[in-house]
Design a protein. Structure first.
Length: 247
């Protein structure tokens, strides 16, 4: 299968394969996309400003004021929980291993490193805490739904702006991403030995299983939506763009 290999003293192997198509394109695009999102998120979080506009609030920031004793951006108070959930996601493991670690980068392509320790060492062993980050992410999702509901209230009256649509669409995609999670599916009914005594649980588990089939899709759509939501609100707060009222 492999036609060429290059080894250095650290035991690295340049991805060796006999495949002739551009197998490296997908890993490269994932590295650029995830890397770009992480860079933007880091920049947005470190700003500590321009994260709200009227009844709109960025999903990167908490709904409460920053405590006086907290020296950093208020985003650090809450963002660690959804970030931990996404970074320990089963699909993220696949994308990260294949694209960033090249382990393996594609089918019939050699690993970049001859030895592979899996998730037995730091920092990858932290991915085993995914189910616990799920519980925290569920709390965060409830808070985001509350703020999405607030985005359709203007001066005490029901209304909608472009920002309202952006926030509602974002939290809807985040909900699809969370409820399609493998750990959520297990929580709903995957741990049961028999469904005959729990028909309602089986019906719910079946619906979640259908969402689970598109977990990768919800991962990417929610990733883009949460970043675009913060960007939209940030541009409104900075006065660069204006929000259009629909009614």
């Amino acid at each position: 299968m492999a036609d060429e290999r290059f080894n250095n003293q650290q035991g690295w192997v340049v991805a060796a394969t006999a495949r002739r198509e551009i197998w490296w394109l997908q890993p490269m695009l994932i590295v650029l996309t995830l890397g770009g999102f992480m860079a933007y998120t880091t920049w947005a979080v470190l700003q500590g400003a321009h994260y709200d506009y009227k009844n709109y609030l960025s999903p990167f920031y908490p709904p409460f004021a920053k405590p006086e004793w907290w020296p950093l951006s208020p985003a650090f108070l809450i963002l660690w929980a959804p970030a931990g959930f996404r970074l320990s996601c089963y699909y993220f493991r696949k994308a990260f291993h294949r694209s960033f670690l090249l382990a393996p980068p594609a089918c019939a392509v050699a690993d970049a490193r001859a030895g592979y320790t899996g998730e037995s060492r730091f920092p990858l062993f932290l991915m085993n805490f995914h189910r616990y980050f799920l519980y925290l992410a569920m709390v965060e999702l409830i808070i985001l739904w509350y703020h999405a509901a607030r985005s359709v209230v203007f001066d005490g009256r029901l209304g909608a702006g472009t920002g309202s649509l952006v926030m509602v669409a974002n939290v809807a995609l985040l909900s699809l991403y969370l409820t399609s999670c493998h750990s959520f599916r297990h929580l709903i009914g995957g741990r049961l030995d028999c469904f005959s005594h729990c028909p309602s649980r089986h019906a719910l588990w079946s619906q979640v299983s259908r969402l689970n089939e598109r977990h990768m899709l919800w991962f990417w759509l929610s990733l883009f939506s949460v970043g675009l939501t913060d960007l939209y609100i940030r541009l409104l707060s900075m006065g660069i763009i204006s929000d259009m009222r629909l009614f």
